[in-house]
Design a protein around this ligand. Structure first.
Ligand code: PMT
Length: 320
């Protein structure tokens, strides 16, 4: 068998981005998860979600963050599971999480109360207040089913370095299941970083005057992912802009450059109700109407439905 080629990005990753100590352990876990589900006839999707953090000091007090609440990734994870996928959820620590995302704005103590007739105090029975959490039983039931069937494997990242190394590990772990693997790269990933060798160790002192930062460009990770790490997988990237007039052009350019299967293009302000799924041959606008919003339809349901069909076609073409 031919040796896998070492891209220059592999070298850069090893030299300039601190390798998390648990990366090999996580890789084995992901590989076992992927082969277990593929043998059971399931497809596996790796979802990235949340924003990466770029530290300015190695004993970090300050950092730059990319904006993402994690809602896109967390809700998509639920729809992929409902569509029969097993999900590896590579997410920023404390960003929105599947199922619990619905209750994040609720203060836990407001959701609990002493049982009527019980004696408040150490021995009083505590129950859920049904007015504060009316849907908890339904969501809890689904969450337990998913846990029981081991359909969700959560992996956390904080920094850009952790994200990059864990994504590479995930790609290598999923390469064993070929076209049954999908990559759904919804995380907001920094384009700039300070190499480990140039980072001050201690807190930057304001007594030294105004801070001038010089940051390097982060290598585009889509390139080795598609070419080297998981060449048979179905890969979807996201394109986020704040200027709608350049969005589709940038999405097309990404497809031309990286030669992956689809880009989900969205504008920051309208991302909850409008996205365009761009492939080399097609362009599908997905829009929520006022009626949809009233009925609490989420755009991720439409995105996932569009992409799971495209993934099925992709698998059929690979086999034929
Ligand atoms: O989390 P929410 O609040 O719900 O918001 C969802 C979202 C707006 C964050 C999401 O829909 C989205 O658009 N995510 C991608 C944001 C982003 O990083 O876009 P970009 O244009 O900077 O990058 C484009 C693609 O290149 C991304 O898929 C990214 O994974 C990839 N990339 C980025 C940097 C890098 N060094 N290498 C990469 O491969």
């Amino acid at each position: 068998m031919a040796e896998p080629r070492i891209s220059s990005i592999d070298g850069k990753l090893a030299e300039e981005f601190a390798v998390p100590s648990h990366v090999e352990e996580v890789k084995e876990k992901m590989a076992a998860f992927a082969s277990f589900h593929a043998e059971a006839g399931r497809k596996v999707v790796l979802i990235t979600s949340g924003g990466t953090k770029v530290p300015l000091e190695s004993r970090t007090v300050r950092f730059l963050d990319n904006f993402s609440s994690g809602r896109r990734g967390a809700s998509s994870a639920e729809y992929f599971i409902d569509s029969g996928y097993a999900v590896i959820f590579l997410h920023r620590h404390r960003s929105l999480y599947p199922y619990t995302r619905m209750f994040l704005t609720i203060n836990m103590l407001d959701a609990l109360e002493f049982q009527a007739g019980g004696v408040p105090g150490n021995t009083g029975e505590v129950v859920v207040n049904q007015q504060v959490l009316p849907n908890i039983a339904k969501v809890l039931k689904r969450y337990e089913e998913v846990k029981e069937s081991r359909l969700l494997l959560p992996i956390e990242f904080n920094t850009l370095s952790e994200y990059l190394h864990l994504l590479k590990a995930a790609a290598q772990a999923l390469s064993t299941i070929g076209s049954k693997a999908m990559f759904y790269l919804a995380a907001a990933v920094s384009d700039f970083y300070i190499p480990a060798s140039e980072m001050p160790e201690h807190k930057i002192q304001s007594s030294n005057g105004p801070l001038q930062l010089s940051m390097k460009m982060v290598p585009k990770i889509l390139s080795p992912l598609v070419k080297d790490w998981a060449p048979q997988a179905f890969v979807i990237s996201f394109k986020l802009e704040t200027d709608a007039s350049i969005l589709l052009d940038k999405a097309r350019r990404a497809l031309d450059t990286y030669r992956h299967q689809a880009v989900v293009a969205n504008v920051l302000d309208s991302r909850r109700g409008y996205v365009v799924v761009v492939t080399p041959e097609t362009q599908a606008e997905l829009i929520l109407t006022e009626e949809d919003v009233k009925n609490e339809v989420e755009i991720e349901e439409r995105i996932v439905s569009n992409l799971t069909s495209a993934h099925d076609n992709f698998i059929t073409q690979q086999v034929a």
